[in-house]
Design a protein around this ligand. Structure first.
Ligand code: C2E
Ligand code: MG
Ligand code: MG
Length: 329
């Protein structure tokens, strides 16, 4: 499969993911062997495809866990098990909260709290992410509408979108309708996507991003620095914001190379007319340095952990009280 196939004068390349089970250790009949080699193949795909893996018991455990999650997901939205948390995003020049990122939380009575890094891939795999994503959009926009009316007309919300959500032809109409229903202007919504989405190269994704951009919705490149960090994507798609991944922010005060990379990313973004958000800011030193380097916005445990909407309301109330005190003094 290393060499390509020529069909109708077009060169096609295939990759293969292989799962291997060895008789008799990994199974004593064909159905066991098939099931276990399937689990190994699934693992090979998770490793980025185009590779092979041997079956191990741990794979079966992870398959069992995935099935349990799938089972528990049925009806979980209706049972009210999901809650949208919000993490503040601050403008570095004045320290004001300009908006928040919506981050989903799942409290399941049987399994306890399950982190998004575990349940989002499962929801993607089964397609459940489509309804879950709609729940997040509506929830986040209705809370945003409330904060805009009470505290700040320009309050923005950032929502993460997974690739599978773009395969839903109703995604763009759903977002447009939700914005209208909640009376939130398009420019106050930002959608966070990762490079992985763009790599699939589907026309429908280009069209969806263009349509959203047209109604003023911002597009942010999430986790910048972790994948290929392709500059051509930044030019090719209607991005407004670049989010530098927390793994880079972690060492900026100690690692010169990381600092240089961030300086370059900020200069490049500003040259392309993008705003820069630093993710995962945990220390005062990091915050100070990012300010000096001209980064626009920051988000991280130092400035506020992801929290229920009521906590954000409190923070906004405190902030507007202190602004009023300052102007009256
Ligand atoms: P992300 O979009 O890159 O979100 C940032 C993650 O970093 C969040 O993890 C947040 O809690 C965490 N974080 C924020 N500040 C700090 C910090 O100072 N230090 C450290 N160590 N971590 C920090 P979380 O909430 O566990 O979410 C993980 C990922 O799950 C998100 O990464 C996003 O890709 C995905 N996700 C979360 N909610 C949704 C959703 O509603 N829809 C979709 N499609 N994906 C979601
Ligand atoms: Mg994000
Ligand atoms: Mg991120």
């Amino acid at each position: 499969f290393r060499s390509s196939f020529v069909i109708d004068n077009r060169e096609l390349t295939l990759t293969v993911s292989i799962g291997i089970a060895v008789y008799p250790d990994d199974g004593i009949n064909s159905s066991e062997m098939l099931r276990n080699s399937d689990a190994a193949m699934y693992h090979a795909k998770e490793q980025g495809r185009n590779t092979y893996s041997y079956y191990t018991q741990a794979m079966n455990d992870s398959v069992a866990r995935r099935l349990t999650l799938e089972e528990q997901m049925h009806g979980s939205i209706e049972r009210g098990e999901f809650e949208v948390y919000f993490q503040p995003q601050l403008e570095l020049s004045n320290g004001r909260m300009i908006g928040a990122e919506a981050l989903l939380r799942w409290h399941n009575p049987a399994l306890g709290p399950i982190p998004p890094l575990e349940f989002i891939p499962v929801a993607e795999h089964t397609g459940f992410i489509v309804s879950l994503g709609r729940f997040v959009i509506l929830e986040a926009l209705s809370k945003t509408a409330q904060w805009q009316q009470e505290f700040n007309h320009d309050f923005r919300v950032a929502i993460n979108l997974s690739p599978r959500q773009f395969r839903d032809s109703e995604l763009v109409p759903y977002i447009k309708n939700a914005l209208q229903q909640c009376a939130v202007p398009g420019r106050c919504l930002e959608l966070e996507i990762t490079e992985g989405l763009l790599m699939s190269g589907h026309r429908s994704i280009d069209e969806a991003l263009a349509q959203l951009s047209e109604i003023g919705v911002g597009i942010a490149m999430d986790d910048f620095g972790t994948g290929y960090s392709s500059l051509s994507y930044l030019r090719q798609y209607p991005f407004d914001v670049l989010k530098i991944d927390k793994s880079f922010i972690e060492d900026i005060t100690t690692d010169r190379a990381d600092r240089e990379l961030i300086i370059a990313a900020i200069a490049m973004s500003h040259g392309l007319n993008l705003k820069v958000v630093a993710e995962g800011v945990e220390t005062e030193e990091q915050l100070e340095l990012l300010k000096q380097l001209g980064c626009d916005y920051a988000q991280g445990y130092l400035l506020g952990k992801p929290a229920p909407a009521a906590e954000i309301s409190k923070l906004l109330a405190q902030e507007s009280a202190s602004i009023q005190n300052n102007t009256s003094a």
